[in-house]
Write a protein that binds this ligand. Sequence first.
Ligand SMILES: C[S@@+](CC[C@H](N)C(=O)[O-])C[C@H]1O[C@@H](n2cnc3c(N)ncnc32)[C@H](O)[C@@H]1O
Length: 255
Amino acid sequence: MAVSNVFYAPGEQRAAKVGDLFAAIARRYDLLNDLQSFGLHRRWKRRVVELAAVRPGQRALDVCCGTGDIALALAQRGADVTGLDFSPAMLEMARARSRKSETGDQKSEVGTPSSVLRPPVFLQGDAQQLPFPDHSFDAVTIGYGLRNLSSCETGLREMLRVARPGGRLVVLDFGKPPNALWRAIYFAHLKISVPLMGWLFAGNADAYAYILESLKHYPAQQGVAEKMRELNLSNVRVINLLGGAMAINYGEKPK
Ligand SMILES: C[S@@+](CC[C@H](N)C(=O)[O-])C[C@H]1O[C@@H](n2cnc3c(N)ncnc32)[C@H](O)[C@@H]1O
């Protein structure tokens, strides 16, 4: 497949390019998320947190945590949360938001008045080599992260490895709508309006054109569900949002 974006490279160079991308847009990341999804990403992330179903005292890991929205929302449910990301710039934003939420100054990404019971620990690390022992977490989430890994299968395997038996794996990402007309309209939006907004509000069209490029190389909801089944997860489900433009993949580690 032809590659046509400065932030996309297959194979070993992928991580470095993705790292450059998030270093470039970290400060504007949350604003652009709100603009491009019309605020809907908050609702989708709420759904992820519901599916993670953590109870107070349980341990949760949010992989590719970025600026910390899902991690903070999990912590509001009383979980003992770790957010992991490889980008120092994104982690800096996450830690700043976490400090604000401790003082009650920060609305959480999912829109509830926030004061987290126990703030998440934000750690630098690689999603493809998680620095945790097997069977460590009751829930493992990843929002808009799996698509960015050089091997989404390795990412899923790592999430599964660190989950406890019975633990929930929840993946939120861009999807490929099954309806051909809707898919064409949606891909046109990703090709034209999303980079335009990136240029206008973050001064970087390429970073946002990357979304479509990365999506083309991503197996999306059906492919991820298939991989989850191959890995023997149970209760594998796909939840399509906006006609499949976004999707949540859910599965449980067998007991
Ligand atoms: C699109 S952002 C998603 C942030 C957040 N989860 C959200 O939903 O808004 C993707 C994040 O994945 C991180 N990332 C990409 N590849 C990674 C890897 N191999 N290991 C750890 N983090 C990675 C990036 O640094 C970035 O913060």
